[in-house]
Design a protein around this ligand. Structure first.
Ligand code: DHE
Length: 506
């Protein structure tokens, strides 16, 4: 890893002065006047982001991560820096053309898929020297009703007492956490993953970080094995699944994702299938699903399930006998029987269903599932016996997250995209009608919901840098508290997650 470096030192390096001089001289020659983004990068950025662009003290600068930035966010960051980080402003150092050139360079594809072997992973593993294990929680709050709030605004997690909503701790995470943190089956530890592949282990009882390791170069999400022993990390770069020991984050195995056709594939996501003692993998680049076993007699052995097209974004039935995957090309949802190892049905699901946010719940005496769509203002309700869409609930715009709880009569659905991003629909589980639309922060993105352990309160994010988590009484739908937070994204209640509460997505 590149050691931390003061930015004043960077500016004092001779290379920068050399480039400026050379650039001035070359300006006379129009053919050669275009700034060289790669050279500027090596001179100004590589010390923190690494010559390979795979990240060092700063995050990786590769299209897989940069590509997510909207509009001119990248140019803005280079120009103005990032508050509360080591990223400086380059507005007085680089011209607009130079900023454009370096932005284009970091958006260009890497020449090769980077290697990230077990030895390289192991070399990044760092256990916190100050960490002291504890035999019992250091706080009096109910450890099963702790809720974690991921604050992406400044890359922290707040640890909330789910009864008093007091913040018990606020710890720094790796840059750009994505997906749900995963709890150990007893709720004692939690594992958090960043898009740059860092996995962090945190002891909730001790309120201390245990350590971290970089399990991938560009990663998607993590899953915990049902026995709590293994953590799987789904990687886009390289094309692998990294399996870590949850005890000390050491590498148990790096599984290459070699496809049936002889190539390799990115892993879109990995999920725990508790009843099957396995991980289920969605492959981005090949028409197959993998099941990787975690039972001791077949540890990390895998089986393939052939499907008609690559599927991503899975919803699982509560017994984990079936999954629905999204076939983006055909705009369908495909039902796969994990026991039979084949597709058994498909559903017309246009408008990019976000099946990973799908939930199942009881309605009209039957178990049904519902999923939002990323490009259409609708929630599809699906009968899981006949695999048909039984209802389409029109919403004020496309939503990202959907949540419920066994103790509440309602579904909570956000409207993440478009002019109504500030709205949150409350839907009756029986009538499947919208009974109320909340509008707690006009003009701001209001999104993602989590319940307290007992389902009495719903926590909703105002997804802004100066945002908040709003605590609602889940029965009266009245606001109870507003906790200031920095761009709070997902919220995760220990009990709801470790018991696979009804209405919680994976
Ligand atoms: Fe996510 C979960 C994929 C963009 C915030 N997202 C997940 C999961 C997958 C996924 C597969 C389930 C993993 C898990 O929790 O273990 N997300 C994708 C994408 O493919 C997509 C559309 C494009 C991408 O860039 O990867 C995408 N996701 C986003 C965002 O832009 C969001 C809104 C902001 C961000 O942080 O990047 C975002 N995704 C989330 C959150 C969860 C998530 C908060 C966990 C939800 C939960 O309650 O469990």
């Amino acid at each position: 890893m590149t050691p931390p470096i003061a930015f004043s030192d960077v500016f004092r390096t001779g290379r920068r002065a050399g480039i400026l001089g050379a650039t001035l001289a070359l300006l006379a020659s129009p053919a050669l006047a275009d700034p060289d983004g790669a050279e500027i990068y090596m001179d100004l950025c590589a010390s923190c982001h690494a010559e390979s662009r795979l990240g060092g003290t700063g995050p990786a600068l590769i299209p897989e991560t940069i590509g997510r930035l909207r509009g001119n966010a990248l140019g803005e960051t280079i120009t103005n820096g990032r508050v509360a980080t080591q990223m400086p402003a380059f507005r007085d150092t680089l011209s607009a053309a130079e900023i454009d050139a370096v932005a284009s360079y970091v958006k260009s594809a890497l020449p090769d898929i980077p290697r990230w072997t077990a030895d390289e992973i192991e070399a990044t593993r760092a256990l916190s020297p100050d960490y002291t294990p504890v035999a019992a929680p250091v706080f009096s709050a109910d450890p099963m009703n702790i809720t974690l709030v991921v604050e992406t605004g400044d890359h922290h997690v707040s640890v909330l007492d789910g009864d008093t909503f007091e913040v018990l701790d606020r710890f720094a995470t790796p840059f750009a956490v994505h997906g749900g943190p995963k709890f150990s089956p007893d709720g004692h530890y939690v594992f958090v993953m960043s898009r740059d592949g860092w996995v962090q282990k945190y002891d909730i009882w001790a309120l201390q970080e245990v350590g971290r390791v970089r399990a991938g170069v560009n990663s998607r999400n993590i899953a915990m094995s049902s026995d709590g022993k293994w953590l799987a990390v789904a990687n886009y770069l390289p094309h692998t699944l990294t399996l870590l020991s949850t005890k000390d984050l050491s590498v148990a195995e790096v599984l290459p994702i070699d496809t049936v056709s002889g190539g390799s594939s990115r892993v879109s996501a990995v999920y725990q299938a508790p009843q099957r003692a396995s991980f289920i993998l969605a492959l981005k680049d090949s028409p197959e699903i993998w099941e990787v076993f975690t039972k001791p007699e077949a540890l990390f052995e895998h089986r393939r399930i052939d499907v008609s097209a690559p599927l991503d974004d899975f919803f699982f039935t509560p017994d984990y006998a079936h999954l629905i995957g999204a076939n983006r090309g055909a705009e369908t949802g495909v039902v796969v029987s994990l026991d039979a190892g084949r597709e058994i049905a498909d559903l017309p699901l246009p408008g990019m269903p976000h099946l990973g946010s799908g939930i199942s719940f009881m309605s009209g005496g039957k178990r049904v599932m519902a999923t939002p769509h990323l490009s259409e203002g609708v929630l599809s309700v699906i009968d899981m016996d006949s695999w048909t869409i039984t209802r389409e609930i029109k919403t004020a715009g496309p939503g990202f997250f959907l949540r419920s709880h066994e103790n509440t009569p309602y579904l909570w659905a956000d409207v993440f995209f478009g002019p109504n991003k500030d709205k949150m629909h409350i839907i009756d589980k029986e009538s499947l009608e919208i009974v109320k639309t909340l509008d707690p922060a006009p003009g701001k993105t209001v999104a993602h919901i989590e319940f307290t352990r007992d389902g009495k309160y719903a926590l909703v994010s105002i997804w802004e840098d100066d945002g908040a988590v709003i605590v609602y009484d889940a029965e009266t739908l009245e606001e109870v508290r507003r906790l200031p937070m920095k761009k709070p994204s997902g919220k995760y209640n220990v009990w709801n997650k470790i018991t696979f509460s009804d209405g919680t997505s994976h």
